[in-house]
Design a protein around this ligand. Structure first.
Ligand code: CU
Length: 203
């Protein structure tokens, strides 16, 4: 019998390609202001994250841990993605994670959705937790509870759903294909340069 080392190499290359995972996130399930799930952990470099918009008009906009509701300079952005009430097909926006070694933070730019807790994180840590990110977004982190004349006021930080108008604001520029779609500072010489951050909006 002959042994073919090249066959072994071919198999190992296939395994490597097949290891990229696709993570799915649903946006606006049951017309709520939500990313479901709102946190992904264990995401690896090279993995894909697909966002499916199922109601209203939301965005997936990259931000920072310190400023959850402000678009990050040079960050990725799906742009406003409206979904008709009677829609039967739903837009999907997919990013490939170039560098999963640090947490990535996102929010919805629409109206007051972020302040209502419409935020999302990839690989949060103990130091930079999703709970803290959410509390910063909703303002719970900076508010203090005060007691005046026996009446306790202040925020609870529960992130409960706030009713807002979702159908009035449709401004904004869809960013698909804008060319500013890099999730990391990796250089062009990286292994993933060929695919880079692949972003696709599929209707
Ligand atoms: Cu939204």
């Amino acid at each position: 019998m002959h042994f073919f080392p090249s066959a072994v190499l071919a198999v190992s290359a296939l395994v490597s390609v097949a290891s990229a995972t696709n993570h799915s996130v649903t946006i606006g399930q049951d017309s709520k202001l939500t990313f479901e799930p709102n946190t992904l952990t264990g995401v690896q470099s090279g993995d894909f994250v697909s966002f499916k918009f199922v109601s209203k008009n939301h965005t997936v906009t990259q931000s920072t841990f310190a400023a959850p509701c402000i678009a990050k300079d040079g960050g990725v952005n799906s742009g406003y993605t409206p979904v008709a009430a009677d829609a039967t097909a739903f837009p999907e926006w997919t990013i490939q994670i170039d560098n999963a070694s640090t947490p990535l933070w996102f929010f919805c730019e629409q109206g007051a959705h972020c302040k209502a807790g419409m935020v999302f994180a990839i690989n949060p840590t103990a130091d930079k937790s999703f709970a803290t990110f959410l509390a910063t977004a909703t303002g719970a982190a900076s508010n203090t509870t005060t007691t005046t004349n026996g009446t306790t006021t202040g925020t609870t930080g529960t992130g409960s759903t706030t009713t807002t108008s979702d159908n009035t604001t449709t401004s904004g520029t869809p960013a698909a294909g804008s060319g500013a779609l890099t999730l990391s500072a990796r250089t062009a010489s990286s292994l993933l340069a060929g695919v880079g951050i692949a972003v696709a909006l599929v209707l």
